[in-house]
Ligand binder design. Sequence first.
Ligand SMILES: Nc1nc2c(ncn2[C@@H]2O[C@H](COP(=O)(O)OP(=O)(O)OP(=O)(O)O)[C@@H](O)[C@H]2O)c(=O)[nH]1
Length: 311
Amino acid sequence: MSDRDESQSDALEAAHRCGFVALIGAPNAGKSTLLNRLVGAKVSIVTHKVQTTRSLVRGIAVRGPAQIVFVDTPGIFRPKRRLDTAMVRSAWAGATDADAVVMIADARKGLDEEAEAILARLRDIPHRRFLALNKIDVMRRDKLLEVTAAFNAALPFERTFMISALTGDGVDDLMAALAEVMPAGPWLYPEDQISDFPLRQLAAEITREKLYLRLHQELPYESHVETETWTEHRDGSVRIEQTIYVARESQRAIVLGKNGRTIKEIGAASREELAAILEVPVHLSLFVKVRESWADDPERYREMGLDFPRD
Ligand SMILES: Nc1nc2c(ncn2[C@@H]2O[C@H](COP(=O)(O)OP(=O)(O)OP(=O)(O)O)[C@@H](O)[C@H]2O)c(=O)[nH]1
């Protein structure tokens, strides 16, 4: 490297920015879809079923000199079970640690009760606040100004963006604004890293997504997927063994399906996506086990990166 190149790269380094952005929103507002678009790869799992995001997932985006680390939070809702309480706590912990917060809301719903509950909590968070009104692709534009005004009257936002996480409309403006407010500092991750979500967990999330997509009406949230083994072979392929835990014997039968047909389909869909993401051939074996009341087992919480709520 010549002296000139070196001083240029030093200057670039000095201009670096890096920070954390928390995405906060009601279940189904579109957080995961937005995160995937911002990061440009599938790091958080999107399904039609509400409340599928159980763990904090970080996606990392680079925009000019800024590296933005996104914290995808579980949807904020009224906690009923122990697991719900843990998720809500973890969501707000993520927001408190961040440099900026983006509240994402389904614009069609306007300022409903759920949105108001989130605004009430956001009021106490001292960060830069941005509002992203999502799903404008399925909404009348003249209504949007009204919704923007209602939100900002309840809690002033630094800026409001009208976006469609699905089509990408407006997302670039949001990203540029976030890049601008990231604090000066060195990047925390190598440039090509999109997520520090461990691959095993990502693989479990992908199977869980396929499980929900295939059985969404029939399967309660108590089901859970764990990656048990991960073996990389010399020919470049990966063998992955996963267990799907369900709460009852009757659910096990549903997941297996007649002659094991359902689980075969789930496995095939998951394997295909894993192979596409990992860019190597994948051999996937799925097992189904009954484990009652895992939702009260502290160990499961630790695995998901959540604190176990004692109260
Ligand atoms: N039409 C439209 N649908 C969207 C848009 N963004 C998200 N969706 C859909 O809304 C649903 C929920 O999206 P997610 O990204 O899973 O929402 P989430 O907020 O992460 O949900 P939880 O994981 O439950 O917290 C999915 O069916 C998405 O395809 C959008 O801009 N336009």
